[in-house]
Design a protein around this ligand. Structure first.
Ligand code: ZN
Ligand code: ZN
Length: 267
């Protein structure tokens, strides 16, 4: 279970000036069990979904849930995971004309995928436009046997908190070697590994992924390296265990107009 902390406990670049070029602003979400409303940012809460758009379902063949490992017949309704309104995460820049970010996923095990886990899908919206269209009222939920408990987030309100992050494993190797003695001093002084001082393994938007595994940045079809968009991690109030997963990371390419995205599992 990931331990929440208030983010990097100090500005690392005050202590190691060479890190300042890598500073990135991150918003930590700090999910707490609650009853978020449809027009509030949330994890696992109700979503602002336009009435004229069907709720997404997963069509992958062969996805399954414990304990019977049987694949449900037909499609499976996805579940709300993250909804963020631009007003709650001012440090994060939304694509033009958009002010709502939504992440849903299929809460089953997907054996075709790298880590056998939930399958995420991302949406951008304009709040005013959705409100004009009207809201989808009857959002279906997956039935018994159509979900894996560990990928069903408990509804949580969020407390967005701005921090600064630095790369952990993404720090250029040569620089890492040069800084190593000073990094070790910091680790001793604060009793925390640099990998956790630099960036938080928490639910967050922006910043750096807190890789547990060697970094694995996705590249879009046109060859652009994507940026880290969101981390979804198994914090306590969310009531998700996520097996051995440290988190699911979402990445975005802003250089392509259709805003392609990709995900990675971190074990
Ligand atoms: Zn699925
Ligand atoms: Zn691209």
């Amino acid at each position: 279970m990931a331990q929440s902390f208030a983010g990097p406990p100090y500005d690392l670049d005050d202590l190691i000036p060479e890190l300042s070029v890598f500073r990135r602003r991150t918003t930590l979400l700090f999910p707490k069990s609650g009853s978020p409303e449809v027009r509030e940012s949330s994890l696992g809460g109700p979503m602002l979904w336009p009435a004229d758009e069907p709720w997404p379902s997963c069509e992958q063949q062969g996805h399954w849930a414990w304990p019977n490992e049987k694949s449900p017949a037909g499609t499976v309704s996805m579940v709300p995971v993250v909804q963020l309104f631009a007003r709650d995460v001012p440090a994060f820049s939304f694509p033009e004309g958009m002010d709502v970010l939504q992440l849903v996923w299929c809460p089953l095990i997907h054996p075709q995928d790298q880590a056998c886990a939930a399958l995420p899908k991302l949406y951008w919206r304009g709040e005013a436009e959705v409100l004009t269209t009207g809201l989808l009222r009857d959002i279906p939920s997956p039935q018994e046997g159509e979900y894996e408990e560990e990928f069903m987030p408990n509804p949580c309100a969020v407390s967005p908190t701005l921090v600064v992050e630095y790369p952990n494993w993404d720090l250029p190797q040569e620089l890492r070697r040069t800084l190593q003695p000073r990094i070790e001093e910091l680790e001793e002084r604060f009793g925390m590994e640099y990998t956790r001082l630099a960036c938080a393994l928490q639910n967050k938007v922006g910043g750096y992924p807190a890789w547990n595994q060697p970094p694995d940045w996705p590249v879009c079809e046109r060859g652009h390296r994507m940026e880290h968009l969101l981390s979804v991690t198994p914090e306590e109030d969310l009531d998700m265990v996520m097996g051995d997963l440290g988190g699911i990371y979402l990445f975005l390419c802003r250089q392509c107009p259709e805003l392609p995205y990709a995900h990675r599992y971190d074990c």
